[in-house]
Each structure stands twice: as structure tokens, then as C-alpha cells.
Design a protein around this ligand. Sequence first.
Ligand SMILES: Nc1nc2c(ncn2[C@@H]2O[C@H](COP(=O)(O)OP(=O)(O)OP(=O)(O)O)[C@@H](O)[C@H]2O)c(=O)[nH]1
Length: 350
Amino acid sequence: MAGASYSMPASIAFAAAMAGELGWTPLLNYLLTVTALLVAFYVVFRTGANLRFAEPGLTTAQVMAPLPPGLYLMYHVGSHEARAAMLLTVIVPLFYGLLDFGMRRFLGVTAVYFVAYCALFAVLAWHQPELLQDPDEWIMLIALAALMVQLGLIGGFVSELGDVLRRKNRELGEALTRIADMAVHDELTGVYNRHHLVDVLRREVSRAARGDAVFSVCLMDLDLFKQVNDRHGHLVADEVLRRCAHHVESRIRDIDTFGRYGGEEFVLVLPATGAPAARDVAERLRRELADLEFANDAGERFGITVSVGIAVSPRSPSATVDALLHEADAALYDAKNSGRNRVCSAAVPG
Ligand SMILES: Nc1nc2c(ncn2[C@@H]2O[C@H](COP(=O)(O)OP(=O)(O)OP(=O)(O)O)[C@@H](O)[C@H]2O)c(=O)[nH]1
């Protein structure tokens, strides 16, 4: 932005110097000043010092910085035609503020530009009182005032539009995050959903197929959950599901994945875990869940138990998620059939 803000006044100033309208010394001073400003902005951005400011893009500074050197050029230029041409280029940086500034700041910066030019005109008129008699000077001042008002209104409108766009963009970003979150989480319990579990299982199956590591799957099913619903009501049963899910989620490693597979059935994926360790984990969780205490609306206390079926991934390229879950399900079936509240493992693959 900064480079573009200086190149136009610089080229007009150069043309004015060639035409004898501007001395070479003011031109040189201008070029040195804007070079110093450009280097300063470059260093600030390059070193990341801009991040310490409330406005890291430094738009206000970048819009304001070309004004003093521009006024300096206009002060030294000979004819008011050349000054008018420079004035047009000096106000160009204002456009860079259109999208970044809010309405108030844009109007404020526009006002500063206008007041600065009025000050320049006053100084010029002090040294050359005949300027006050020159209708062209007044026309230029009035034209600038009208231009600034127009620019202020357009700028304010665009700024507001920018605000709306930024807000909509933020809302869209938040909505996307929510949707992405909903896509992988179970609505009732907040733990991962079946869709995500299957994704994780697919990843683990292909990793195990490459021979990287074995992993285990625990299929956990709340025992006699129909009775919980029938005796204590759907809402209390929902709360049981939530608490059990949160308990397990809080008691596993970061690398493990736990989620609700459906109904009262949960899946725990244990990467880099063989059958004995998976069994230990499942046993511990089974005991802890059996120790949880729940209460219905009448204050009656009750507990629940879970049955768990464990399957360990085979190191085989032909292994599939379905086959693994089928094994875990068969082990869970054994656990249910042998009295519930227990952990059963599928036969360990060779
Ligand atoms: N409150 C509530 N109940 C659910 C939900 N999902 C499934 N259930 C209930 O869970 C019960 C599962 O019952 P069954 O499949 O017969 O199994 P069970 O009673 O747990 O018996 P076993 O699995 O053999 O120990 C059914 O009554 C379902 O209505 C849910 O999101 N909320």
C-alpha cells in the first residue's frame, strides 16, 4: 500500500521538476522522506513489530503517512494547476482505508486531510496574499471540500458494508465450526459419534495393516438399559448415558477415541494397545461405571453396569472395520450371555 501511495505524487513531482514548476531540492527531500517511510514500514512489518499495535495492518498510519510529504510538495510547487494535480494523488491513500476503517474513523481521517490542506492554503496565502484573490484557489478549496464530503459519505457506506461483511464472515466461520463439530459429535452425550468412530477405526485398521502397531476396540453396552428407561423414565436414562459417556471420556488417554456407536452402545478405540492392556482398561472402566450412583426424580438411587466385548486388530491387509466390529460384537454377546457386567475378548488373531 505504502509504495503505491508515494509513487504517483513522486512521478507528478518529477514531471513538475522537469517542467521547472518544482525545485530539485524539494523533490530530493520528498524522495528521501518517502524512502525513509517505506523502509520504516518494511522493517516494522518484517520484524512483526506491527503485531503489537491494536491495528496490526497499520492502515491508519499508512493512510496518514503520505500526507505530510505530500503537503510539503504542494507547498513548494509553483503553479496551482500542478498543486491541484498533486492534491488529487495525495488523497488517493484514503481509498485504502475504505474497507478497513469504520465509518467514524474514515470520516475523521478525511477531515484531517481537509484541515491539513486548509492549513497549507493558509500558510501559502500568508506568504502570497494574492492567492486569496485568485478564484481558482477558492474553487480548488471548495472542490476539495465537496470531494471530501462525498468521499466521507461513500467511505462511510463502504466501511459499514465492510463491517457487515466482516460480521457475516465471522458468523459464517462460527457456523462452519459448529457444523464441523456437530458432524463428529453425538448430540445427547457430546462424545464422538458413530461417523467419527468409523473414520478413526478405518485409519487405525490401515495403520495396523501396514504393520505399524496393533490396536484394540472395546464395544461397551449398558446392561438392561431398557429397565432403566422403564423404571426411571427417558430423561433420567438420558442422563445416565451422558454421565457414563463423560466418565469414560475423562478416564482415557489423549490418543484413545471414545464415542457413542448408537443407542446405549459405546466404542472405545485404543491405539498401540494389545489384548491384555485393553482388557485391563476395559475392566477398570467397567468397575468405575458400576460404582457410579444415579438418582431418579423421586430421589431413588440406582446404579448401572456395562458389558464389554474386545477385539484386537489383526496385522493383515485384508482386515476391515466391519470384521473387527463384528468380532467385538461377538465378544460382547458372550459377555451378555455369561451374565453381563463383564469383559470378554475375541480370540486373539495370530
Ligand atoms: N433414554 C434413552 N434410551 C435409549 C436411547 N437409545 C437407546 N435407548 C434405550 O436403550 C434400550 C436398549 O434396550 P435393549 O436393546 O433391549 O437392551 P438392554 O435393555 O440394555 O439389555 P441388554 O443389552 O441385553 O443388557 C431401549 O429401551 C432403548 O429405548 C437414548 O438415547 N436415550
